[in-house]
Design a binder for this molecule. Structure first.
Ligand SMILES: Cc1cn([C@H]2C[C@H](O)[C@@H](COP(=O)(O)OP(=O)(O)OP(=O)(O)O)O2)c(=O)[nH]c1=O
Length: 193
């Protein structure tokens, strides 16, 4: 049996599910890279850079394959909130997000080394949080594993407890904007339109 031509360069189970939902077959290879996490860098630049790092790492080892990388971050007050290091940092992030709006950026990078294809795109969504008092924050953190999620929350995991509303792509917030990804894969002949 021949290998699927597409590789998802991500350890994220959410990205795997979202990509599978498009009906494309793919392998998963996690890129071993150090993400750029400077909280003051322009978030669009940062997610694009990190998505490209992940895709390039895998593409260099699989030059015949199509490789998709992605990176998601939460941006508020001129600062990026990446994955919290521990529960204290997750708590601090939720306090900062409380009662306010923030932007979630996801960068996606598609590569095919042998065909010389490099496609980079960034998508933004807005999320407004409910006012989060300490009791809500504690009960949310007790229910949801947040250390693997940018901003210390997952809109898909009991989001009703903390999110007031959002605009833009929901799947972009969860880690892979499916409409934009579908367009790119279709353009490259990896999906039928
Ligand atoms: C804001 C938000 C982020 N996230 C997740 C998406 C990403 O998996 C994660 C941000 O971390 P990333 O560094 O983008 O991705 P990752 O470490 O999970 O996987 P990899 O680097 O191997 O691709 O936060 C949610 O699941 N829900 C949310 O509401």
């Amino acid at each position: 049996m021949s290998q699927p031509p597409l590789i998802l360069a991500s350890a994220s189970p959410r990205r795997r599910e979202l990509l599978a939902g498009l009906g494309v077959t793919f392998d998963v290879i996690t890129a071993q890279v150090t993400e750029h996490e400077d909280s003051t860098t322009d978030p669009r630049v940062m997610v694009a850079h990190n998505a490209a790092l992940k895709a390039d790492w895998v593409a260099a080892r699989h030059p015949q394959s199509w490789v998709l990388g992605a990176d998601t971050t939460v941006f508020i007050d001129g600062h990026a909130l990446n994955k919290p290091a521990d529960a204290a940092e997750a708590r601090a992030m939720l306090r900062r997000l409380s009662g306010r709006s923030h932007t979630v950026f996801t960068g996606i990078a598609l590569r095919n080394e042998s065909a010389g294809v490099r496609i980079d795109e960034g998508v933004a969504s807005e999320v407004t949080m409910q006012v989060l008092d300490e009791a809500i924050i504690e009960s949310y953190l007790a229910k949801v594993h947040t250390l693997d999620k940018a901003g210390g929350y997952g809109i898909q995991d009991h989001g009703e407890l903390i999110v007031a509303n959002y605009t833009g792509s929901l799947t972009n917030i969860i880690g892979l904007p499916v409409d934009e990804t579908k367009q790119i894969l279709t353009r490259c002949g990896l999906l039928k339109s």
